[in-house]
Design a protein. Sequence first.
Length: 72
Amino acid sequence: MKKVKRVLAIIGVILLVGLYLSTLILAIFGNAQTMNLFIASIVASVIIPVLIWAYSMVYKLLKKHYSKRDDI
């Protein structure tokens, strides 16, 4: 479980850093969609960690379920 959490955390960090860097670069170059991308970045800052948490909970529940099933 620790490996899965660590991998999911690394993926989340990479996604968030990439999201922030792309928003910053587009803001520097003055794209017309910069404000929309900034709002998307803020929303994704909340959604990505929540999804990673949900995936880890589902993984833990499925792992428990199938380990109990194998014992029978």
